[in-house]
Ligand binder design. Structure first.
Ligand SMILES: [Zn+2]
Length: 175
């Protein structure tokens, strides 16, 4: 299931068998690169990448939101194993414990972002990836309408996956 690259990444981050065995997230293989596309350039100038099926659903959802004067802005889509590693390394440099980091950043190989089917949404005027995203009109719109486009909230409050509440993180289930 896990390739050599992932095993090396885990080793270099200090992720042990114990961390892996208590991990409740599903393994997320990286898709074939040909199935990914750059959907748009995000507000930070980064490419926002999804699998083609999720990209179609995202565009339809974004258009529908726009008709209600809601601007859905993506922050993260597809993310590689190595990118996930660099996110964790940044926190390790700040001397945070790996156990604490893993409550809000998935072990490389286990982030839904590897699938190209997950999207983090940003709202103007808010800090990125913070819980008060749930107070925005963007969130209220998504809560009501995202299921129609086959997106679901992956990490609701008090989820049993060991991940903090992430109102900004939506996953495309329609594939
Ligand atoms: Zn996310």
């Amino acid at each position: 299931m896990m390739d050599k690259l992932l095993i090396d990444i885990h080793q270099s981050l200090g992720i042990s068998e114990v961390h892996l065995s208590t991990n409740k997230l599903k393994f997320q293989p990286q898709p074939d690169l040909n199935s990914l596309e750059i959907v748009e350039i995000d507000f930070e100038g980064k490419p926002f990448i999804l699998q083609a099926s999720a990209a179609i659903a995202w565009r339809a959802m974004k258009d529908a939101a726009q008709k209600n004067q809601i601007q859905l802005k993506p922050f993260s889509g597809f993310r590689s194993y190595l990118h996930q590693k660099s996110l964790i390394e940044r926190h390790l440099k700040n001397e945070r414990l790996i156990e604490n980091i893993l409550t809000h950043i998935a072990i490389p190989g286990f982030s839904e972002h590897h699938s190209g089917l997950a999207i983090d949404v940003h709202a103007d005027g808010k800090n990125i990836l913070e819980e008060d995203f749930e107070k925005t009109q963007e969130f209220l719109w998504l809560k009501k309408n995202a299921p129609r486009f086959e997106f679901r909230l992956s990490y609701p409050r008090d989820n049993d996956q060991g991940i903090i509440y992430e109102p900004w993180h939506w996953y495309y289930t329609g594939r």
